[in-house]
Design a protein around this ligand. Structure first.
Ligand code: NCD
Length: 310
């Protein structure tokens, strides 16, 4: 049993092993039932569509049984704390808890108290490790390498996706840039080559334009006309021309049409948005196998063995 709490703690080799295993799942016709008899609990204290459903589908593809804990109809509404909720659920013999929560660091805190594997499915503005892994898988599929240039565009400062993706890309010597309106990009970020408010400067020679949603739910003050503010940095059929022709568009979703990305480009040929979602299932299959000890991250050998033995 192992936790997956952040990208920072994974080595390059471990990431490669997860990507390789996800790739095997994507290309195999029949999924191995490596998680038969296991119980996975999804506990999403913040809204989710693709992350939650893809974790559930991933677990079921591998033969696990899944229960979804629904905060809105739970005893949280009677004043129970999130930690007491997790401690209660922990007594019921789950093999893995998949947790999304608003509080930075909460999955790591819970992991200290429970006796099951904890997977962080996004904590506040901190990390979203499986998103970074599925993004990396999508980039490798397209470019064959992660030694690429990526510009992360929009509300970078509030984005756990940007943080995890940057940490991952840094491990592979990719060039990462951050661009957004004033106040929405960090002043500095270790290993990031350029932080700017100028879209053209950031994307003129990149391989990936990675757009982000405004994290309105995390803004501390209210900004009048914030949508208009972000439209100035919108990725649309005109502004994408500032990037090279070969550059692809990525976005973790959900996107707000005609705010950070325009209607005519979200599902265009150069958009990888739906492929990211599709890859999310395979990445989460590999991550669940890692958390439940089916694959050893240090030994690619055991991945081969478990594939051969299915
Ligand atoms: C992101 C998240 O929840 O962090 N979505 C996702 O998991 N695909 C991004 C967002 O909400 O903007």
């Amino acid at each position: 049993m192992r936790h997956l709490l952040d990208i920072k703690s994974l080595t390059r080799k471990q990431i490669e092993t997860i990507l390789e295993r996800a790739r095997e799942h994507k290309t195999s016709k029949i999924y191995p039932k490596t998680l038969a008899g296991k119980f996975v609990l999804t506990a999403f204290f913040e809204p989710s569509t693709r992350t939650k459903v893809s974790f559930q589908k991933a677990a079921m593809n591998l033969g696990a049984q899944v229960i979804d804990f629904v905060p809105e109809t739970s005893s949280l509404q009677k004043g129970e704390t999130d930690l007491d909720t997790i401690l209660t659920l922990n007594t019921m013999d789950f093999d893995c808890l998949v947790i999304r929560i608003r509080r930075n660091g909460a999955p790591a805190e819970f992991a200290r108290y429970v006796n099951t594997a904890v997977i962080n499915a996004g904590d506040g503005t901190n990390e979203h490790p499986t998103q970074a892994l599925l993004d990396a898988m999508t980039m490798v599929e397209h470019f064959g390498t992660l030694q690429i240039k990526v510009a992360i565009v929009g509300d970078v400062i509030h984005s756990r996706v940007a943080r995890s993706l940057t940490e991952l890309l840094k491990k592979f010597d990719a060039e990462v840039r951050m661009v957004g309106p004033k106040g929405f990009v960090p002043e500095s970020f270790e290993g990031v080559s350029l932080i700017t408010n100028d879209l053209k400067e950031a994307i003129f020679d990149v391989d990936v334009v990675y757009a982000l949603r405004i994290q309105k739910e995390r803004l501390e003050e209210s900004y009048p006309n914030i949508d208009d503010f972000f439209r100035k940095m919108q990725i649309n059929s005109e502004t994408i021309k500032l990037a090279p022709k070969h550059a692809v568009l990525m976005h973790p979703g959900p996107f707000n049409r005609n705010i950070e990305v325009s209607d005519d480009i979200v599902y265009s040929e150069r958009s990888k948005i739906l492929e990211q979602v599709r890859n999310g299932v395979f990445i989460r299959m590999a991550v669940l196998e890692y958390a439940l000890g089916v694959i050893e991250l240090e030994a690619v050998q055991s991945v081969e063995t478990s594939v051969a033995g299915r």
